[in-house]
Design a binder for this molecule. Sequence first.
Ligand code: ZN
Length: 346
Amino acid sequence: MNKRLESKSKHAPALRDVLGAIVAGARAARNMVYSFALAGSVGVTSWYKRRARVVNEFPALRLCSASDRLLVVVPHPDDEVLACGGAILSALEAGASVHIVFLTLGDGFWIDAALLAHHWRPSWEDNLKLGQRRLREAQNASKSLGLPKENLFFLGYPDRGLMPMIRLEGSDAVYHSIYTGVDRVPYKEALSPEAQHTLGNLLGDLETVLERVKPTVLLAPSSRDAHPDHQASAELVARTLGSRRDIRRYEWIIHGGLEWPLPKGFHPRLALVPPPRGRGLSWERLDIDHDQVRTKSQAIGAHHSQVLLMSRYLNSFARRNELFAQVAAEESDEQPTQPDSGARKV
Ligand SMILES: [Zn+2]
């Protein structure tokens, strides 16, 4: 291009200068972006190091004794290990009973389904196969933690559909999953197979789990978590438990913002620092010994479909501690929300 400009126009030198200035400007802008990125990275790393020192000052959490019954509520398979793997191991070692309830089977993770199905437009059937696979992975992960599959409840409601189901409250509409094409629980292993995707059915299943487990301690996502299914889970638990004070409740965060947790990868001796989205929560530190971190990492590995995509991210939760914040029961004399009596499981 420059040769042609030089030979054909008397204004070529001026034009060349302008183009040169544009190129130089673009290079300067690019270098500036790189500089900001590097400075930002260094700044974030230093911020996380400062926060790591704060973790040691958090109260040490003794979650369970032998008489406790722990219930872990999770939106997707893998959340139970990432957020609570160490807590589950500690509770089992203390002699407590442990149960986990999975609200969905993560069948809306289409990138994962595409990867496993070897094509870029996974079908509804591919997403359902992913859900089945994640159910088996959850069973294997729990086995790694020492938990039999009899202690797991799979509700099988739609991935990325929990918040829409809450928003449908008051209408007669049934939520139709855009990922699986179904409007009812499609898994035979679920607590209520074929139950329609209604808020009433979901709350009813949660009530059933509470009645069977009779937990004294409950771990569930925080409403501050960035993922809408996690936010919805927090709301569902709050509605189900209402003002009950006979259950100690703690919340945790996975999607915590700002690339949390850093650094990525398996760093068993590093502290898990509080997530940016958890600012202001009264965190308590549950310490995990080295063997427990190793076991937690093995359990993460059992979620093979997820590790295929996000190994370093998932393993960045295998640290020397987990973080939980106690949730106060609602200041209300009202009874816990009952499932909509008009909603039928069919
Ligand atoms: Zn999740």
